[in-house]
Write a protein that binds this ligand. Structure first.
Ligand code: FAD
Length: 290
């Protein structure tokens, strides 16, 4: 297997243009190398991103957080600035795998892997994240919900690179949470995770509600019609019961070693309710693992 080591974004894009389908980009390698070792992928050529400059940064500019695609999950998790602005995201990143994996794994690699059993995509979905994608002759910005297409499938063309992840700074009055439920002892990945974002007016009525479920469907599962329909409703147990029931009834979860579809439906209902209770009662924003 040939490994190419470009040093600039332009050089990387040029190599991608010339490469065929048997070439793969490699960032931290934590997902890709497992696939290669397990015989699931046989790329003839790897284009390594580790020496490419200008892709590893955390910038908070006005109302937008800009994360370079090559920034490690560990750097993001430990960023004091991010811990202050998006504590639920840094908390959720701190629940991914273990220190060794987070030290190598990158945010661009996590999203591009498009593994359904991932934590960051659900949290980033509720935060309204977008992904900037570049190629030699184009640049586009996609909402994360359009970037993630299906199981291990993204909207990326073979000659495109994710260069930046954009996260709007949450409203100062919003409450956020992520609850990660892991169903087996020797397991890192979520059986089900629920991310929630709630903003309210002074009367306690919902002005912005977002809920995304991780680990149960091909891409983070969200019912925008249900959560948008809560605008103007009291952020209380009556509303939350209906939202939790809608998520549990509508979701068609995967059946895998981490839990059956029936079991996951049940878990989704109770975790959505728990996440909504968390964001509507006083407390710190953040992430927990059950
Ligand atoms: C033991 C273990 C436990 C784990 N536990 C969890 C967990 O609990 N929760 C969780 O969410 N995840 C978990 N993961 C997954 C982990 O988060 C991902 O493996 C990691 O984030 C992938 O990032 P990477 O930089 O290593 O990507 P790589 O392995 O380098 O690449 C992954 C894919 O993305 C592509 N790619 C990489 N960068 C780019 C880019 N900039 N533009 C376009 N394409 C790109 C590659 O071509 C490849 O297809 C676990 C992984 C391991 C090995």
């Amino acid at each position: 297997m040939r490994v190419l080591r470009p040093q600039t974004i332009a050089e990387t894009l040029h190599l991608l243009d010339e490469a065929g389908d048997d070439s793969k980009l490699i960032a931290g390698g934590t997902a890709l190398m497992l696939m290669i070792r397990n015989g699931l992928l046989f790329p003839e050529q790897l284009i390594a991103l580790d020496r490419v400059s200008g892709l590893d940064y955390i910038n908070v500019e006005g109302n937008v957080i800009r994360l370079g695609a090559l920034t490690s999950l560990r750097a993001l998790e430990r960023s004091a600035r991010l811990q202050k602005v998006v504590p639920t995201l840094t908390g959720a990143l701190g629940l991914v795998a273990n220190h060794r994996v987070r030290q190598r794994a990158t945010i661009g690699g996590n999203l591009s892997e498009a593994d359904y059993a991932s934590d960051p995509p659900a949290v980033l979905t509720t935060l309204g994240c977008q992904v900037r994608i570049v190629s030699t002759n184009s640049e586009r910005v996609l909402p994360l919900s359009d970037f993630l297409v299906s199981y291990y499938e993204t909207a990326l063309e073979h000659n495109e690179l994710v260069n930046e992840v954009l996260v709007p700074v949450p409203s100062p009055t919003a409450r956020t949470t992520y609850i990660k439920y892991v169903s087996r002892s020797a397991e890192d990945r979520p059986c089900v995770g629920v991310a929630a974002y709630l903003d309210r007016d002074e009367g306690g009525r919902c002005t912005d509600l977002r809920v995304a479920v991780a680990g149960a469907t091909a891409t983070p599962f969200a019912l925008a019609d249900v959560t948008d329909g809560c605008r103007g409703s009291q952020a209380d147990g009556t509303t939350w019961r209906e939202v939790a029931a809608a998520y549990s009834e509508s979701i068609e979860p995967i059946d895998d070693a981490r839990g059956s579809a029936t079991y996951r439906k049940h878990v989704v209902g109770s975790l959505v309710r728990r996440a909504l209770d968390a964001v509507s009662t006083p407390g710190e924003n953040g992430a927990i693992r059950l």
